[in-house]
Write a protein that binds this ligand. Structure first.
Ligand SMILES: Cc1ncc(C[n+]2csc(CCOP(=O)(O)OP(=O)(O)O)c2C)c(N)n1
Ligand code: SF4
Length: 252
């Protein structure tokens, strides 16, 4: 199938996991809508045969909100990137979490703007090189999963493109949970991020994610024991699953 992704890009894995999760739900293609903004990650709905909206940069969540509120019977899934969701679309994101709109948002976080050549995003790690941070990023990144929890989302988890089974299960849990669900998927972008940050190929980026991900249970244990949390590592797993009042949930 012709596509725009570079060799070794992690986005295909996340699309595959998401489609497997949707398949497990047994939903009909005509009842499911995929919505995205602009970016490599946001190109995903173009490869799926359902109704979809490929919208403007940062605006996937407002379009998805419109679809969901006018047709609560439809299943609405958003594909987005860290730039699309947390930079230009950051305000839409936090308010959709606050309103707890019944959407499942799959964010492919590759730490940069991939499509436009590797500029820094709100998720670029401290010290990382991008085209707009050539001497290393001096700004602390957003923790997208924690931000969604704080803003009110009903379901939040984070995995990586290494954790294929866990990521698939997380998307399914997001699809099953009424209200706003965020699944943050860390992905390798060898072209825009890896080659500038001593991770020259997809394989070394995937191994890096495997070796720097800490299971949530262990992370919480370290926190509880007052042990220092390693700055180069990150927790993966379920951040929250709860039942706050939600909008757009179809009536039984
Ligand atoms: C209003 C507007 N501003 C800027 C752009 C240029 N632009 C296109 S994609 C993109 C960033 C994409 O980054 P991200 O959402 O992280 O997706 P990725 O390509 O990394 O998957 C930008 C800035 C645009 N298309 N529209
Ligand atoms: S630039 Fe990065 S995110 Fe975009 S297709 Fe290439 S590897 Fe994937």
């Amino acid at each position: 199938m012709p596509h725009i992704y570079c060799t070794g890009c992690g986005n295909g894995t996340v699309i595959n996991c998401t489609l497997n999760a949707v398949n497990q739900m047994g939903w009909e293609p005509e009842d499911t809508v995929f919505i995205s903004g602009i970016g490599c990650s946001s190109r995903a709905p173009g490869y799926i045969v359902t109704d979809s909206l490929h919208t403007t940069h940062g605006r996937a969540i407002p379009f998805a909100t419109g679809v969901k509120l006018s047709r609560p019977d439809l299943h609405v899934v958003v594909f987005t990137g860290d730039g699309d969701m947390a930079a230009i679309g950051g305000n839409h994101f936090i308010h959709a979490c606050r309103r707890n709109i019944d959407l499942t948002v799959v964010c492919m976080n590759n730490y940069i703007y991939g499509m436009t050549g590797g500029q820094g995003s709100p998720c670029t790690p401290l010290g990382a090189i991008s085209t707009t941070t050539p001497y290393g990023c001096h700004e602390a990144p957003f923790d997208l999963a924690s931000l969604a929890v704080a803003a009110g989302a009903n379901y939040v988890s984070r995995w990586t493109s290494y954790h294929v089974k866990e990521l698939t299960r997380a998307v399914q849990a997001g699809l099953e949970t009424p209200g706003f669900s965020l699944v943050e998927a860390l992905v390798q972008c060898p072209t825009g991020y890896g080659r500038r940050n001593k991770l020259r190929d997809a394989h070394s980026m995937i191994l890096w994610m495997r070796d720097h991900a800490v299971l949530m249970k262990k992370w919480k244990q370290m926190e509880a024991e007052g042990r220092p949390l390693p700055a180069d590592k990150f927790p993966v797993g379920e951040f929250v699953r709860r039942n706050r009042p939600a909008m757009g949930v179809p009536e039984e």
